[in-house]
Design a protein around this ligand. Structure first.
Ligand SMILES: NC(=O)c1ccc[n+]([C@@H]2O[C@H](COP(=O)([O-])OP(=O)(O)OC[C@H]3O[C@@H](n4cnc5c(N)ncnc54)[C@H](OP(=O)(O)O)[C@@H]3O)[C@@H](O)[C@H]2O)c1
Length: 434
């Protein structure tokens, strides 16, 4: 009997696509042996396809096109890898492929988080979609949540999902200013020229949305996820947290799931102070880490490089292999589901808070701050007045609170910022309830 051939196309020959092609070519013999079938690169697509194909030394038999749509009419293709990035061209390719019964691997968290219902609808004929690389690079979190832990109730997932912000935060801990840390991250290729998507927390929110979809099958629009980035965070907060509170800031994406009825999701992205003894405090530079609390598995920690050509291509080619194995085994397709997820109100989410204020050095100001918190039922855990050197008109005040609902805290903060002797300049961080 002739050996079955699984034909793969790679759309997008950028950072990830080039490494995916290289890895596929180099490891094809080993992967083919494990599959008991040939795994072949059949087609590639890129705006600069001729140049990239030459650089990758692709043989003449590999079909080359500049138009992603041309892959859809290519006969015999089994799996399309979408690493174009962006939204609309990627959507047209992936939806077209799935609707035509082709299986897809993508690394595109923007596409997954914003077009989840359309992707699920396109899968109605049983085509598969795999996307391990979209969250945490090489960290096998998608397969673990979607498959390995299928017998568990996953109660919480939280972690560092963005290497750029973690690089900046940990370099600030090491003494750099936030501006210098960002420039360094850009020079080393860990931050984009335009870093807003990362710094604002939106990139993390997209990954939280993808993980929510993996866990519940339902769609959580990332634009609905309460999200704060690290832009307001100063070097003084980082130094103070370490020296006085024994904590370090990390931008955490978090999901909590309530399985008592239809799955209800609490999701947010916040800069959060974690105790220095916590495993997330040891996650430094561009690395990512995800903590999973599952019943009965217990607490699991996944840690590793969250991006970069090699780690991302590793996850992409791993998905291609798993799809090929499923195709050869002809496993039955899962039924798509894409109802919107029920999102718990952001204001109910509870955490201890860190608040840095600038207050005029006058009697009674702190008492008014304490009253504003007290009126909302929020109790203060500690008050600190870092020395500013000399008699300054404005004094720094740092408060930490006991656990409080986000909505109550936000209301109290609004009252505090209306006190005439309090400057509008302030910083808020969540604190991980250790
Ligand atoms: N880089 C990482 O570390 C990383 C990690 C995890 C996930 N991802 C995801 O992987 C995907 C790819 O990222 P990347 O860093 O490899 O991006 P990239 O370097 O910009 O590569 C994308 C390539 O696709 C080409 N392309 C885009 N749209 C096209 C179109 N309509 N027709 C033909 N060619 C097109 C681009 O050409 P032009 O440059 O001419 O537009 C570029 O060569 C993204 O979804 C990203 O979020 C990346």
């Amino acid at each position: 009997m002739p050996q079955r051939n699984i034909r793969v196309a790679v759309a997008g020959l950028g950072v990830v696509g080039r490494e995916t092609v290289r890895l596929l070519q180099e490891r094809a013999p080993r992967l083919s042996r494990r599959l008991g079938a040939e795994l072949t690169l059949d087609a590639v697509c890129d705006r600069q396809v001729a140049r990239e194909a030459r650089a990758l030394k692709l043989p003449g038999c590999v079909f080359k096109t500049r138009d992603p749509q041309a892959l859809l009419s290519r006969p015999g293709l089994d799996v399309i890898v979408e690493v174009l990035g962006g939204l609309e061209d990627a959507r047209r390719l992936v939806v077209g492929a799935l609707a035509g019964g082709r299986h897809v691997v993508t690394a595109n968290k923007l596409l997954l988080s914003r077009r989840w219902p359309a992707l699920q609808a396109a899968r109605r004929h049983g085509a598969r979609l795999r996307f391990e690389a979209a969250v945490g690079g090489a960290i096998p979190i998608v397969q673990s949540l979607g498959e390995s832990l299928c017998a568990d109730r996953v109660e919480a997932v939280y972690g560092i999902l963005n290497g750029t912000t973690n690089y900046i935060l940990t370099r600030v801990e090491e003494g750099l200013t936030p501006e210098a840390a960002l420039s360094e991250a850009q020079a080393l290729g860990f931050a984009e020229k335009d870093p807003r998507l990362d710094l604002s927390g939106q990139d993390t929110a997209q990954k939280v949305s993808v993980l929510a979809a993996v866990l519940t099958g339902a769609w959580l629009d990332p634009r609905r996820i309460p999200c704060r980035g690290i832009e307001g965070l100063g070097a003084e907060d980082v130094a103070f947290a370490r020296e006085e509170l024994g904590r370090a800031p990390r931008l955490l994406g978090a999901l909590r799931l309530d399985w008592s009825g239809d799955p209800r999701v609490e999701a947010h992205v916040f800069p959060t102070l974690v105790p220095l003894s916590h495993p997330l405090a040891a996650v430094r530079r561009q690395r990512n880490a995800v903590l999973v609390r599952a019943d009965p598995a217990g607490d699991l920690l996944f840690e590793g490089p969250g991006a970069g050509a090699g780690p991302t291509a590793s996850a992409v080619v791993g998905d291609v292999f798993l799809l090929a194995r499923e195709l050869l085994g002809a496993a039955s397709p899962e039924s798509p589901a894409a109802a919107p997820a029920e999102l718990a109100p952001a204001e109910d989410s509870v955490s201890p808070f860190y608040l840095r204020l600038r207050a005029m050095d006058r009697p009674g100001v702190l008492a008014r701050v304490a009253q504003a918190l007290g009126r909302r039922g929020i109790s203060i855990a500690s008050i600190h007045q870092p020395q500013s050197g000399g008699r300054a008109l404005w004094a720094q005040v740092v408060l930490t609170t006991h656990p409080a609902a986000q909505g109550r805290f936000d209301d109290a903060l609004a009252d505090i910022l209306r006190i005439p002797s309090i400057s509008p300049r302030h910083a808020v961080l969540r604190m991980l309830d250790a």
